[in-house]
Design a protein around this ligand. Sequence first.
Ligand code: ASP
Ligand code: MG
Length: 420
Amino acid sequence: MKIFKFGGASVNSAEAIRNVAHIVQQNLDTPLLVVISAMGKTTNLLEKVIPGVPSDDDERRALLQQNRDYHLSIADSLFADKGDATFGRLHELFDQLDEVSTRKATNYNFDYDQTVSFGELISTTLISGYLNSVGISNVWVDVRDVIRTNENYREGIVDFDTTRRQANSQLSTLNSQLIITQGFIAGTASGTTTTLGREGSDYSASILSYCLDAESMTIWKDVPGFLNADPKFFSNTIKINEIPFNEAIELAYYGASVIHPKTVKPIQNKGIHLNIKSFVDPQAEGSVIGPFKVIEPMTPLYIFKNNQVLISIQPKDFSFIAEDNLQAIFAMLAELNIRVNLMQNSALSFSLCIDYNEILLEHLRQRLEKDFRLVYNSGLQLITIRYYTQDIIEQIVAGRHILLQQRSRTTTQLLVEDKA
Ligand code: ASP
Ligand code: MG
């Protein structure tokens, strides 16, 4: 079996979905399992309609309607038969989402997963229905019955044993050449929905590749492969043809958006090759993550993370930052599932750089303000350069104010003020 993953950008319009159908059709010589994300920017929209997220009822209604209209207009142009049963299924999902979104807020991470998971349920329902309607016969699988996590909402921890058992009993026996399922979402033992963290669909594909001993995994992207920098930030990018598993893990950890950080480990354990290919040019070579020694070609690699905030935490009692303080701070970060992108310690203050999220920042402040003073600096960009030289650093930073810099033999990280 081969595993394909299509992300939001590859299914953001009727035309894009027709292209996906074409790629899938060209690859049905072996059994294929296709993992699909929410369409376009749907997850961002759904993050704004989570119960308790500050937005008035009118705004919530407008966003929910916008989400409905977006998907229905795509479905409208894809389906020749406007009476296709898929429309009924979609309306059911939209109605359920309306209901979930207008519930009373409970726990933010729990509410988050119950709401944003609809993006993937809707996209796969629409695409699976469309493929069937044009004769590409497939089975839609609810991945929440396959990938099992604990109840760590918004970042579920995968139970690989149960997942492997469920994957083999449910997927291997389906007797279908093509399976369509959701990325990003999963289920707990008690049947509630969890998610695997933003951009987690790559990870979903990797979990399934591992559990099903896939012969290969392919992530279809809007770029020609694994580039040495995000083309959104950089004009002269170079495609890396071969990436060692460990290098890919490092790059993802630093925030290379081409791949989700947890994706590589499972496939590395089984030696499964991960192809990154362009859905715009499916015949082109792409990149391969595999058991290589070094990147090929060798070149500096750049990773940019926008919308960062630097938090400096100082004990109120003017004590030094010591192990017991750090322990309290890390416990809060873990409890809130806040990932630290960079940290630095001095005698009087502990600084950490995280992705900006108003709600989580407020929770963090509330929990720490009794014992600590918190100072924020927002609107920052975190730049990571692997295989750097001093010249390259100067070129990239070019006179911008550096708030924090760290450097190892191979990698430097710079936290700078965002370009206005
Ligand atoms: N739809 C989710 C997100 O946008 C998961 C993914 O795209 O991988 O984060
Ligand atoms: Mg996405």
